[in-house]
Design a protein around this ligand. Structure first.
Ligand code: ADP
Ligand code: ZN
Ligand code: MG
Length: 477
């Protein structure tokens, strides 16, 4: 019997507002524990929360970008449960009237496009963080994260493989970064995901019993946890056993999942509208304004890059994954209108350094003017591509200097004097009489060897085209 997996994701996106959802405390990551708290986010009696307009605006940006239906009237609700990282003993979230419903995320896996439907997007506050130390008989709690705004994005169970699940998350990450509403940093928890997964006989319309997977903080974890869980569930069914509905945790060291809590421990959250907060009423004009501010989204931009600049799907995909890189590419094209050469240089040289330093192009010292100048020097044969890559670009990257200046400082100006180069070529031929005989006897492949020798003698400064021409001429004599 063949089985298929059914996956639905619940993604939490931390909004990059300056202040928290209901108070003016900072949301900065990594500060000293409990240095960014106040009576409101620690849930002291008698305080009044006030919603952060920026957070609502950010939420709407995503909802509109994903084509959701916006509820012009929505309500914040209390979700009750007890946990030490939750000082109020309830979390302010949304329940039956969320900010947005429906919409979809368009993904691409191995060149195939699919639209994954969404159930809803709602706004809620984050909880604090427990810090455990094995050597101590107690734990610490840090409330800095308490009250930080989150968006919860719930997908329909329309994802059918771990690869699709990862693609969904990567696409969502790219979109929230394009919109500038979340930094997408999974290690710091700015983007978190719970995955629900079940299996069923292929072709069946009914859903199997689902298991919820938690504790995954990288794309790799999501992929591995889902793959393991799908194998485990199929194994159970093949043995004639049942899948139990439960929450399981992914264990990084064993690469397996293990039970955390069963259905019987499922909470009854006793949701009700938060009486301290007024309902959110949105005006159409506010939505229109946000709609107008939306940037072109990654997949559309990728399509346009393929079409307008004649790039491959692979090239366009990499160039448009980050908005900053796509912007850089197009800004450079304005002054250096050769998309193919520019794309090649960015995909190889520029990305090699950015990836090594784990930074974004906007955090680097590179400017469109510098890259354009560098590639023009190569086009005009004033600099060989080898020297451009090995000596000039690294210095431009590290110091933010202009390529011309680096060339001057390093004495790298290309040697294009035909008279001088002819002399060097003659020297090289004189020093290698056997190779000359072999070349004339038909081993034309030796041309590269001679050119290489000339480059060596000139410390790479010789204009390679010219050298090729001169050597060929001399050997034909
Ligand atoms: P719950 O009430 O247990 O929270 P929901 O219906 O709210 O369940 O769905 C939560 C998530 O689980 C959604 O992302 C949804 O797509 C997914 N989901 C629901 N049923 C299944 C299933 N049978 N298999 C896989 N995922 C599922
Ligand atoms: Zn506060
Ligand atoms: Mg649910």
């Amino acid at each position: 019997m063949e089985f298929e997996a059914v996956i639905g994701l619940e993604v939490h996106v931390q909004l990059s507002t300056q202040s928290k959802l209901f108070c003016s405390c900072s949301t900065k990551f990594g500060s000293h524990p409990n240095s960014q708290i106040c009576p409101i986010c620690t849930g002291q009696p008698g305080v009044l929360p006030v919603i952060n307009k920026k957070a609502v605006e950010y939420a709407l940006k995503l909802a509109l970008a994903l084509g959701c239906k916006i509820n012009l009237y929505s309500v914040m609700a209390r979700k009750h449960y007890f946990y030490p990282d939750l000082p109020k003993n309830y979390q302010i979230s949304q329940y039956d009237l969320p900010l947005a419903e429906g919409g979809e995320v368009e993904i691409e896996v191995n060149g195939n496009r699919r639209r994954i439907g969404l159930t809803r997007i709602h706004l809620e506050e984050d909880a604090g963080k427990l810090v455990h130390d094995e050597n101590l008989p107690y734990s610490y709690v840090d409330f800095n994260r308490t009250g930080v705004p989150l968006l919860e994005i719930v997908s329909k169970p329309e994802i059918y493989s771990p690869e699709e699940a990862v693609s969904f998350l990567k696409t969502l990450r790219s979109i929230v970064r394009y919109l500038g509403i979340c930094d997408g940093n999974m290690e710091e928890g700015s983007l978190r995901c719970d995955a629900n997964v079940s299996v069923r006989p292929k072709g069946s319309k009914e859903f199997g019993t689902k298991v919820e997977l938690k504790n995954m903080n990288s794309f790799k974890h999501v992929e591995r946890a889902l793959s393991y869980e799908i194998r485990r569930q199929i194994g159970l069914l093949l043995e004639g056993r049942e899948v139990i509905q439960e929450t399981r945790l992914f264990d990084e060291t064993t690469q397996t999942t293990h039970p955390m809590r069963g259905k019987e421990e499922a909470h009854d959250y006793c949701y009700f509208p938060d009486p301290d907060l007024i309902e959110i009423k949105l005006e159409e004009s506010f939505l229109e304004e946000i709609k107008r501010s939306l940037p072109e989204l990654p997949l559309r931009r990728k399509e346009r890059f393929e079409r307008e600049y004649n790039l491959s799907s692979y090239e366009a995909g990499i160039l448009t994954e980050e908005k900053t890189l796509a912007d850089f590419f197009e800004d450079t094209l304005k002054i250096y209108p050769n998309p193919k050469a520019l794309s090649n240089f960015i995909l190889t040289e520029v990305l090699r350094y950015l990836n090594r330093d784990k930074i974004d192009i906007s955090q680097s010292k590179l400017t469109p003017a510098h890259i354009a100048e560098l590639l023009e020097l190569v086009d005009k044969e004033l600099l060989s591509i080898t020297l451009a890559k090995q000596q000039v670009f690294p210095e431009v990257y590290e110091k933010g200097l202009s390529p011309k200046r680096v060339m001057e400082e390093r004495g790298l100006v290309q040697e294009s004097s035909e008279e001088f180069l002819r002399k060097v070529c003659e020297e090289v031929l004189a020093e290698n009489p056997q190779e000359v005989v072999r070349y004339r006897g038909g081993k034309k492949g030796l041309l590269g060897f001679f050119v290489g020798q000339v480059m060596k003698k000139t410390q790479g400064k010789a204009n390679p085209k010219l050298v090729n021409k001169i050597i060929a001429e001399l050997l034909e004599q």
